[in-house]
Design a protein around this ligand. Structure first.
Ligand code: OGA
Ligand code: MN
Length: 301
């Protein structure tokens, strides 16, 4: 990372000043993602910094803010600058509904690392809360404890995937809608079945398979592990097509792998990315703990 301080604005040194500062955005190596420095996110973010971050998110899809140290309240306050902070249907191991700033970890109820984390659904490609009628705009993870090796997160660029889809397939899926549900997610990720209460809270919804990103205008292949079938198509045929599209969209050329460092906060755009946890570390030996917030988006079209 060279010239990080020369992108037009002289960034306030981290940790100084009364506001968060102004971001300096430096593209990561590879085809997407950017590092954002010059900010102390525990401090109030002014409107110009907020807008610069939002523009960078639309351009780069994944923003990595190194060396942050936010309390849960500070993470909430930062997240709220971009929209409504979502609640979660998912329950922790204790059966209690997760608070708005919750923990993604591989710890069991006694705080010990385990190979069977409550968030095992994250090992499958998905885009957050696509089982909502209004899915998430962005997700923020703040790394509190990262294993010495591995524990990365992968991102698939579903706008690039759409662009590269052969025309015959583009024609075939234009106008089709996939049904997404929490129940399908539990089943597709080999999890315990959804409870009646969860199903009542999150009944199935449908979204266009070809979605338009509201800010960039690009078309994206909006699929993932929360889908069950395609509206108006025999269930088995729809599922087969959805899995083939998922397979296509997650080819290595569309995928960026993020290797975490403690203290990083990563913010990504769910409207043009799928993602998954890899679990590529000794899950029963090391703790991996991230604090998570999610911003509500808009109805897909
Ligand atoms: C999430 C998620 C992946 C990971 O928090 O939405 O899918 O690597 N996390 O923890
Ligand atoms: Mn997720």
């Amino acid at each position: 990372m060279e010239n990080v301080e020369t992108a037009g604005h002289s960034a306030a040194p981290q940790g100084m000043g009364r506001t968060a500062g102004f971001p300096t955005v430096q593209p990561l190596q590879g085809f997407m993602g950017a590092a954002v420095t010059g900010l102390d996110l525990s401090k109030p973010l002014d409107d110009s910094a907020r807008d610069a971050i939002m523009n960078a998110l639309v351009e780069h899809h994944i923003l990595v803010f190194p060396n942050q140290n936010l309390t849960k309240d500070e993470q909430y306050a930062y997240t709220e600058r971009f929209g409504e902070v979502e609640g979660h249907v998912v329950r922790g191991l204790d059966g209690v509904k997760s608070p708005q700033v919750h923990m993604v970890s591989n710890l069991d109820l006694d705080g010990n690392p385990t190979k069977t984390p409550a968030t095992s659904g994250n090992f499958f490609w998905h885009t957050d809360k696509s089982y909502h009628d209004i899915p998430s705009l962005a997700t923020l993870l703040h790394a509190k404890q990262i294993p010495p090796k591995g524990g990365s997160t992968q991102f698939a660029n579903i706008a690039n995937a759409y662009d590269e889809l052969p025309d015959v397939m583009k024609d075939r899926i234009q106008g089709l809608r996939a049904v997404h549900s929490w129940e399908a997610n539990r089943d597709n990720t080999f999890n315990r079945p959804a409870t009646d209460e969860e199903k009542a809270e999150r009944p199935p919804v449908s979204h266009p398979i070809v979605r338009t990103h509201p800010d960039s205008g690009r078309k994206v292949l909006y699929v993932g592990i929360h889908t069950s079938h395609i509206e108006g198509m025999p269930v088995a045929e729809g599922r087969e097509l959805l899995y083939r599209l998922l397979d296509f969209a997650t080819q290595p050329r569309f995928v960026h792998t993020h290797h975490w460092r403690e203290g990083e906060l990563v913010m990504w755009d769910n409207r043009c990315l799928m993602h998954r946890a890899t679990g590529d570390f000794e899950m029963d030996k090391h703790a991996r703990v991230l604090h998570r917030t999610v911003i509500r988006g808009t109805v897909p079209y």
